[in-house]
Ligand binder design. Structure first.
Ligand code: DGY
Length: 429
């Protein structure tokens, strides 16, 4: 592998998808700004231009709701090529949305901003630029964390629930099959999907899933996107170990950043949430699977689904024996497929190697798992993940996701965060 050529190719993808103050995940399929894409992409952008990387996150946070919620999509432009667009979400004025007349969606996404900002800050060559942006973003990220623990953990259990599969980012994960089956589909407005114009139907969620995604959107819209009501009013409330792990890591990182900047109150609050979260994650551990599982907050039961979300707690800093068990689990999975880390256990009959989040590999998940393993001293498995991730670029280019059996490209092509992760992985080879 020619590192310089690969770097240049990845930089080209970032450039192609750059819309000036934000990047689109990829042309066509995703024509707006997505939340966690725009927090992970700056890690790559910073290696080319630090100011541009900070702008990406600042642009996103300019659309924070007054209640603290950070929406998962910012509709900067009008584009008929995506569904559901702003006219379906209709969040203007709700929760303080729509300031500056730019529409947003009404749900959130994994809270990776705290982690990303700390990493940009730590690596910054221009310290005064980094300090300026970190100071401006710190209270905003803190308000988002506050919102999470207030409105998505109303009983104070220490873990937050997602109320829509799109919030986890893992839209059609096997994790949701059971709880999602209880979401009704009656009364949804007629709609036409646009994703199938850009990607193969066999690699995307099903119509039945889309009907349920839409039912939830309409249900929350009828409640005027009032976050003080949505959690309890949602028939879908899942405590996902992956989603919580990302939030916990961001709380720890925001606490460290706040200490560095002299914001003691923010530091203390975030450290307390993170510690409480680490302790609460224990409830999601499964000896049977050797990893964490989702908890259905509606039934109070663990969901029998060994998914990548249950490997992600290594990113949060869970106890060493748990990290060891997850490293062993990944070793075992690597004997079943050519490339790692598949989003789901390949020995599960529900595993689907090409269908979005039901089996394929996503480099951002690989990045967070590898980071957690490396921090905990599991360097060999972390290196294996990095090697596999870069090998996927050889086999499938800068794809949205990859078939773990043969590395073929799936979903959209020329994907922004895939390119950003390549720039990150290149630091370790
Ligand atoms: C989609 O439209 O596929 C997105 O994942 C929802 O955010």
């Amino acid at each position: 592998m020619d590192k310089k050529a690969l770097f240049a190719q990845a930089a080209e993808v970032l450039q192609e998808n750059d819309r000036g103050t934000y990047t689109v995940p990829t042309k066509g399929l995703y024509p707006f700004q997505w939340n966690w894409d725009s927090c992970l992409t700056p890690l790559g952008q910073a290696q080319i231009s630090a100011p541009r990387a900070w702008t990406e996150i600042e642009t996103l946070f300019a659309h924070q709701w007054e209640d603290g919620m950070m929406p998962h999509i910012v509709f900067h432009v009008h584009d008929e090529g995506y569904f559901p667009g702003a006219n379906v979400w209709r969040t203007q004025g709700c929760g303080g949305a729509g300031r500056g007349k730019i529409d947003t969606s009404g749900i959130t996404q994994p809270a990776v901003a705290g982690f990303a900002v700390k990493r940009l800050f730590d690596r910054a060559k221009d310290k005064s630029l980094a300090l300026k942006h970190a100071k401006s973003l710190l209270p905003k990220i803190n308000r988002w964390h506050e919102w999470f623990y207030r409105d998505r953990d109303p009983a104070g259990e220490g873990l937050v629930a997602i109320i829509h599969p799109w919030e986890a980012g893992r839209d059609n994960s096997i994790d949701w099959d059971e709880p999602f089956s209880k979401v009704p589909t009656d009364g949804i407005d007629p709609y036409v999907r646009r994703d199938l114009k850009h990607a193969d139907a066999s690699m995307r969620p099903t119509k039945e899933q889309y009907d349920r995604y839409l039912w939830l959107v309409q249900h929350f819209r009828d409640l005027k996107w009032d976050n003080s009501k949505l959690h309890d009013a949602s028939p879908f409330r899942v405590v996902d170990p992956g989603f919580n792990a990302i939030l916990i890591r961001s709380c720890f990182d925001l606490a460290d950043l706040a200490d560095a900047i002299g914001e003691k109150e923010i530091a203390d609050k975030n450290r307390a949430w993170a510690k409480k979260g680490i302790a609460a994650l224990e409830r999601l551990w499964s000896d049977k699977h050797g990893q964490y599982l989702c908890l259905d907050r509606v039934t109070g039961k663990l969901i029998d689904s060994a998914d990548c979300g249950g490997l992600l707690p290594v990113f949060a800093g869970v106890p060493k024996p748990r990290v060891r068990a997850i490293a062993q689990r990944i070793e075992k999975i690597s004997q079943q497929v050519k490339y790692i880390v598949p989003t789901h256990d390949p020995s599960d009959p529900r595993f689907d190697a090409k269908r979005y989040w039901r089996g394929p590999i996503w480099l951002i998940i690989n990045y967070m798992i590898a980071d957690g393993l490396r921090t905990a001293g599991e360097t060999a498995v972390a290196d294996k993940i990095v090697k596999s991730s870069l090998a996927l670029i050889d086999s499938g280019g800068f794809a949205e996701y990859y078939d773990p059996r043969d590395g073929t490209a799936c979903g959209g092509a020329r994907f922004t965060w895939t390119a950003a992760m390549v720039l990150e992985f290149l630091r370790y080879v």
